[in-house]
Design a protein around this ligand. Structure first.
Ligand code: CTP
Ligand code: MG
Length: 226
């Protein structure tokens, strides 16, 4: 299975002075934990890290330190996650039929989750890892007034990995450019194009590290796992 890792963000909500994926958590750069999980996932054979060229020296030295056996390509990132994934898709080897996309910032996803997604995408066109929402979710207007309460049993929190048929995902990205759609995950492009996306059971610990609080929780989970 081919895997693209969007890693070209700047981590504004983390408030650090550089890409949050280069910050240390449990004695390694955050992205190192993501890469260790993908290295341990037997289904993954090719990895592309989509990242800003200014970070490439650091990424290269992290990859070298981890002594990874899998092929890892560095691909230039875009100014949004959507653009970064688009660039990644163009850089896939031409024989790639399916692809998994996994945010570099989700450094706690386990090898089992990658393997489950790799297997499931062989039997559908699109999938995402997701977990049922535990909170009651409110739809709130610009004035801070609640407008509705969606039924919780229909709500799922989207995670990555997300898996897709490469040809279809390329078509959906092209349509997104034509229509000017701005989305925060690739499943949303499939939905807008009317193509079914399936749910695979995600992991409660598969957090997207976004804020300093998330970094502290990741530190705790990684030390607990050890
Ligand atoms: N990402 C990317 N290219 C971008 C923006 C984001 O590849 N232009 C990646 C991030 O590196 C991250 C993933 O997409 O692994 C999810 O994005 P997010 O958590 O929002 O990370 P940042 O955009 O870096 O953070 P922020 O939104 O707080 O600036
Ligand atoms: Mg972002």
């Amino acid at each position: 299975m081919h895997l693209l890792i969007p890693a070209a963000g700047s981590g504004k909500r983390m408030g650090a002075d550089r890409n949050k994926l280069l910050l240390q958590v449990h004695s390694k750069p955050l992205i190192a934990w993501t890469l260790l999980a993908t290295e341990a996932a037997s289904s993954i054979s090719w990895i592309g890290i989509v990242s800003q060229p200014q970070d490439w020296d650091e990424f290269k030295s992290i990859i070298a330190d981890l002594k990874l056996k899998k092929t890892i390509e560095l691909i230039s990132g875009g100014s949004t996650r959507q653009e970064s994934v688009y660039n990644g898709l163009q850089a896939l080897p031409s024989h790639a039929k399916q692809v998994l996309i996994h945010d570099g910032a989700r450094c706690l996803a386990t090898p089992d989750l990658f393997n489950a997604c790799s297997e499931a995408i062989l039997n559908c066109f699109g999938l995402i890892a997701a977990v049922p929402v535990k909170d009651t979710i409110k739809v709130v207007d610009d004035n801070g007034i609640i407008r509705s309460t969606p039924e919780r049993k229909q709500l799922w929190a989207a995670q990555t990995p997300q898996g897709f048929d490469v040809k279809l995902l390329k078509q959906c990205h092209a349509e997104g450019i034509r229509q000017g759609w701005e989305v925060t995950d690739d499943a949303a492009l499939f939905e807008k194009c009317g193509i079914e996306v399936t749910i695979v059971s995600g992991e409660e610990t598969n957090l997207k590290i976004t804020t300093p609080q998330d970094l502290a929780i990741a530190e705790f989970i990684l030390s607990y796992r050890e």
